[in-house]
Design a protein around this ligand. Structure first.
Ligand SMILES: Nc1nc2c(ncn2[C@@H]2O[C@H](COP(=O)(O)OP(=O)(O)O)[C@@H](O)[C@H]2O)c(=O)[nH]1
Ligand SMILES: [Mg+2]
Length: 163
């Protein structure tokens, strides 16, 4: 069976959306920072153990400080939102709870996953403690640079999308 699902990367500027996208699609990483203009869309086909061939159509958006300013056309028709924040910049997750609440109420049927990225730059134990103290929710901590947890994350999401 073949399925196609739209996955949109969201989160502030510079948190690593494009890097996660490149890491997952092309298995590449670069330190050069090029701001994404508008949106770039690429597809990756994954064959799951169940035999389902899933086409993940991933939208790498330009990012936003205000989730409400994200273009509606990016969000419409999505099957999953991946909200990325930067573990080294707490301003990128200050509004996380509000942003997630906004997405849940406006897009109740869309799967939402939260990633804390740049794990290579922080102490894992300390950051986990801090996130817990701040009651910041997350599903996965990743590093687009070292490739830690990136493909596992997307494969788990793929499984979830085919349920
Ligand atoms: N050390 C480290 N740097 C990262 C990581 N992910 C992204 N970066 C760097 O952070 C900057 C912004 O990344 P980018 O993917 O363009 O962020 P975007 O604006 O959310 O798309 C770039 O200089 C990347 O090289 C990571 O996991 N670890
Ligand atoms: Mg980008």
């Amino acid at each position: 069976m073949k399925l196609s699902k739209k996955v949109v990367l969201l989160g502030h500027f510079g948190v690593g959306k494009t890097s996660l996208f490149r890491r997952f699609i092309d298995d590449a990483f670069s330190e050069d920072y090029k701001v994404t203009l508008g949106v770039q869309i690429k597809k990756k086909v994954i064959t799951l153990p169940s035999g389902i061939e899933l086409s993940m159509v991933i939208w790498d958006t330009e990012g936003h400080q205000e989730i409400e300013n994200t273009r509606k056309s990016y969000l419409l028709g999505s099957h999953a939102f991946v909200y990325v924040f930067d573990l080294t910049r707490s301003d990128t997750y200050e509004n996380l709870n509000d942003d997630i609440a906004y997405l849940k109420s406006n897009y109740p049927n869309v799967i939402i996953r939260i990633i804390g990225n740049k794990l290579d730059k922080v102490n894992e134990k300390e950051i986990k403690k801090q996130l817990k103290e701040n009651a910041t929710p997350y599903d996965c901590l990743t590093s687009a640079k070292t490739n830690k947890n990136v493909s596992d994350f997307f494969i788990e999401l793929a499984e979830e999308l085919t349920k």
